[in-house]
Design a protein around this ligand. Structure first.
Ligand code: GLN
Length: 230
């Protein structure tokens, strides 16, 4: 059974990224893989033994609260070191970095799972975004809505090169990746907009090369989105 944990949706659910879990479970089933989605609130203990962990975007206060809950116990770091996959969107991406600035202007130490740092920008980036993925021969579309600017440190690669929109707001790249940890500014939800990415994460997590169910409607929709995002 593939276990997908949706982390703190009551805090990190502002931008609808909860759909990433549903897309993964749906596409796992299409490929004959039994999957379950478990919601873990910030009042509960995060399990260490799940296969995929997901975090979404949030407003600043909710983001800080989610971080403080995740600092207890180190479950996420432990799961990742044992090979679990983590996909973190926007506020989630900032939380798993080295540091970000909270709504009161204070620099906060993040979980340190990705070597990135986020600081406030002068204006908020809101709108469509398209990137060329760094790990798949594919363009991904999404929607961004954030005030933070993110700088990559050593040991991480960008999630993608920005073709339309802003992403990290520096060096024309979006997000960051290190092994099984993926951070990006793409809402959408990103896995609903880009089924290739969902299948990539399923293949990487399960080690199965048989993630090959062709979902024609999803592919057609993703292509159309790419063609109109300019
Ligand atoms: N609060 C963060 C920012 O504005 C993240 C926003 C989001 O998750 N969409 O940068």
């Amino acid at each position: 059974m593939l276990t997908i944990v949706r982390i703190h949706n009551e805090l990190l659910g502002t931008y609808g990224d909860r759909g990433n879990a549903d897309v993964l479970a749906f596409r796992a089933h299409l490929n004959g893989i039994a999957a379950e989605v478990i919601d873990i609130s910030y009042l509960e203990t995060l399990p260490k033994s799940a296969d995929i962990y997901l975090m979404g975007g949030a407003e600043d206060a909710a983001q800080a609260l989610s971080l403080s809950a995740l600092q207890n116990g180190g479950a996420l770091a432990s799961a990742i070191s044992q090979g679990a996959t983590l996909l973190a969107i926007c506020a989630g991406f900032q939380i798993i970095g080295e540091s970000f600035t909270d709504g009161l202007g204070q620099e906060i130490r993040g979980l340190g799972l990705l070597n990135v740092r986020t600081t406030p920008g002068e204006q908020r980036f809101v709108g469509d975004i398209k990137v060329k993925a760094s790990f798949l021969d594919c363009e991904f579309t999404g929607f961004e809505n954030h005030g933070g600017r993110t700088i990559l440190g050593e040991g991480v690669q960008p999630f993608g090169n920005v073709l339309v929109g802003h992403g990290n707001g520096a060096e024309s790249v979006d997000g960051a990746i290190s092994e099984n940890v993926f951070g990006t500014y793409l809402h959408g939800p990103v896995l609903a907009r880009n089924p290739e990415f969902a299948d990539f994460l399923l293949a990487k997590t399960t080690g199965q090369s048989t993630i090959n169910y062709v979902d024609d409607l999803a592919v057609e929709y993703a292509r159309w989105r790419r063609s109109v995002t300019k």
